[in-house]
Design a protein. Structure first.
Lengths: 93, 165
């Protein structure tokens, strides 16, 4: 028998040793766990969006100084407070 | 219209298992590989089922799974099952004790490098042309010819050595 025929016969003999298809088909019918990666990514993206929104909403508003023609009495100046704050709190007594 | 995955699996699982058993030289590993590929195909059946030749696509999946690094790592840890070892490491005798040349050849095929083994299986078991083998393995046709040439050189040399001994 030449080598090519011998190889062919050997491979077909090995193929006859294949397992029965039953267990493989049974495994396909079992309910499969869904992969977690897409859910994890969705949760991470949602959390990132919510964090961005939260930062935007709670960011302190920088107020400009009241105009000179304003009728409201100016708040007593507090040099030390103004020095620390970036805006003039006009609601202080 | 594409058929259902269940119909496809029922019709193709036996040929796939036979192919994988020849490719891996290990029936248990063959079952694992086929099962894993079918499970992945089941999840993507809407796309795979609409292909012209879903069976050919699954064959490529099985071949790539066999050649992939994960299987290579698994093979390092547990080389072969006992049944596979009996085939490739045993006396190569058949049921009545005669020297079985086919098992001796299987033993030589089993120790070929994976890509050479895959090329040999696709050529001699499936009857694929060099171009078809190149398509499955994802390489050039000239590379396929190189794999088969080296494999045949190895197999013939081993055969002559065994005959001489």
């Amino acid at each position: 028998m030449n080598t090519d025929d011998l190889i062919r016969e050997a491979l077909f003999k090995q193929a006859d040793r294949a397992p029965a298809p039953g267990p493989t088909l049974a495994a396909l019918r079992r309910p499969q766990r869904r992969r977690r990666a897409p859910l994890f990514i969705a949760v991470a993206v949602t959390a990132a969006v919510l964090a961005a929104i939260a930062l935007t909403v709670t960011r302190p508003v920088v107020e400009t100084a009241p105009p000179a023609t304003s009728t409201t009495a100016p708040a007593p100046s507090a040099p030390s407070l103004d020095a620390r704050l970036r805006y003039r709190p006009d609601w202080l007594p | 219209m594409s058929r259902s995955f269940e119909d496809f699996a029922a019709a193709e699982v036996t040929p796939m298992l036979r192919y994988a058993t020849v490719l891996t030289c290990d029936a248990q590993l063959a079952q694992d590989v086929v099962q894993e590929c079918l499970l992945r195909a089941q999840q993507k059946w809407q796309r795979i089922g609409s292909l012209d030749a879903p069976a050919a696509y699954l064959k490529r999946m099985i071949t790539n799974e066999y050649l992939s690094w994960r299987r290579r790592r698994a093979a390092k840890d547990v080389a072969m099952s006992h049944a596979a070892l009996d085939v490739v490491g045993g006396q190569a005798v058949d049921d009545v004790g005669r020297y079985d040349e086919r098992d001796a050849m299987l033993r030589r095929i089993a120790i070929l490098p994976r890509k050479q083994r895959a090329a040999v299986v696709l050529r001699y078991y499936d009857g694929f042309s060099d171009d078809e083998i190149a398509d499955v393995l994802g390489c050039a046709t000239v590379t396929v010819r190189s794999h088969i040439s080296r494999a045949l050189t190895t197999l013939r040399a081993a055969e002559k050595l065994e005959e001489a001994l």
